[in-house]
Design a protein around this ligand. Sequence first.
Ligand SMILES: CC(C)(COP(=O)(O)O)[C@@H](O)C(=O)NCCC(=O)O
Length: 678
Amino acid sequence: MAGLTGHPVLEIGDKFEELQNNIINNNKNKEVIDKARLVVKGEENSNNNNNNQGGERDMAPPTSNSLHRSGSRPQLDLSKAAIQGNSEERDPTILLPNQSDDISHFALDIGGSLIKLVYFSRHEGQSIDDKRKKTVKEISNGSRRSYPILGGRLHFVKFETSKLNECLDFISSKQLHNGRIDSHYWNSEATNKENAVIKATGGGAYKFADLFKERLGVSIDKEDEMDCLVAGANFLLKAIRHEAFTHMEGHKEFVQIDHNDLFPYLLVNVGSGVSMIKVDGDGKFQRVSGTNVGGGTYWGLGRLLTKCNSFDELLELSQRGDNRTIDMLVGDIYGGMDYSKIGLSASTIASSFGKAISDKKELEDHRPEDISLSLLRMISYNIGQISYLNALRFGLKRIFFGGFFIRGHAYTMDTISFAVHFWSQGQAQAMFLRHEGFLGALGAFMSYEKLGLDDLMVHQLVERFPMGAPYTGGKIHGPPLGNLNEKISWMEKFVLKGTEITAPVPMAPPGTTGLGGFEVPSSKGGTLRSDASALNVGVLHLVPTLEVFPLLANPKMYEPNTIDLSDHCELEYWFTVLSEHLPDLVDKAVASEGGTGDAKRRGDAFARAFSAHLARLMEEPAAYGKLGLANLLELREECLREFQFLDAYRSIKQRENEVSLAVLPDLLMELDRMDEVW
Ligand SMILES: CC(C)(COP(=O)(O)O)[C@@H](O)C(=O)NCCC(=O)O
């Protein structure tokens, strides 16, 4: 690794340096960086990137194909549709006569290592003939039609591709494949299930199409992977409040993106391999680069070198690693000294794994922890560096990193951020996405066309963390938890595990050494839990009936949380208040349900679930996104609802109503006796 000012250790084409120098020199006095963005020095206008147009044309690889997508898909005509069904999860098919407005139930991104699944469930009790909010969309023949937006929930689940059967079981147990929208079905008015079509992207959409047909009786409508990644990223960045964040030296900061100033940006999706996509608008993008050194490399090479069985096990090992035992540092080469002339400190890694060549040690003599950390660092750093060079190459302002390699893992994000920061001399910043792994699946989901999701306002999408999150995330296998008793017994198991999960991960002492970086994972927050396959994403609730308060000056930037719990004192105070109040709340909730044995059991389960969430948030306040007091109270409500306490204060309200009604006649008489005063 080398400083920007010196001679890069990596042989990067002169064109890059030349281009960089040109940009820097030509724009010396122009605006440099805004905290919320990655700004390549000298760029002046986010929407109009004319400065570098020439560079872009000159340097675009000949194989790059620029893809423009809008309105080219077949539109569904659902005017005579008659989907049938009545209950949410079990029989999700919906009757929508004369409307072209239903929403698909699920979509998949079947990657080289992981399958990502996004599925939709309607809000309970929502009538199909609700007067729902509508969105007007232009369709391919130029005419416009309106599509109501349904209220419901978007869930996120992942599986290992090698365990595809678990995914098929999950789909089957939730009957997701029976709630599909199927263009062929609508257009031909065919009614048999054989024609069911589901949207999927990623290589597995091709590879496993026959298996889906065989096991679930559905055909796969294949969506282009890059199309989907971009559609998913654009949707998240526009519709989800606090989706993007920066992560530097363990510090996570949410970034509010201005929708009018989103494009262009570089999207880096780190899956098994890495794709780098320059995004210019909705459906307007170009895959400008990629690297074959990605998540699959870490997992594959790591497995061979450490005998770890899973990606998460490997990541967890890295938490206890020390890469200095295996990486060759500048100090190892320069007798403990810095090479300050070119800006390299003694602790900078000169060559990843380089020490292994000179040591007499065999593989078994190295600690798997150290190997894992060195590998993680090498790959993350490399991705950060190549990404920055591509941002520079196209004069892009922002780099968003997605893909399941990142997994909300603090050290991975810190390393990528460090590389971007280091090579850009602080002029550029990496940003991460909370739904990092689901970009492709979300894009495939949205390709059902008429969802209108991309038109949703931030206020209409609310992320909630019921008892399962973050613990259930990727772990809901087998049949869904059907009844409450199952939920509670599962909860008991989860709490046992949860205690372990929320315990702080032992850390090596911090070791930031300046240029060249930190030697051991020193990042706090977002550190790996022992069950790392759990996701940090909740369920997205679509609430299309919400209206924005008309007097708000800037609804998109409005922050309803007045108490920000990123302030540590506030956080401690409110956690204490809520924890101490918990037994009392449980008593009231149980009393509201008649104080039965069943209610007591549910009350205990609720208390355990909510305490586990509190412990998790205490450990990592930003685990579920930006945390304000309103979010915390909503989380508590959601937990109560999860255990079927619809109103914890019902008994108090009832008692107070009764008391009020008892004194009402006297009060009315007293009022009648009063002299009228004019
Ligand atoms: C081929 C892929 C798009 C597949 O996506 P994935 O399943 O890895 O998410 C990706 O692995 C990739 O971009 N690989 C890098 C190839 C290269 O540009 O060198």
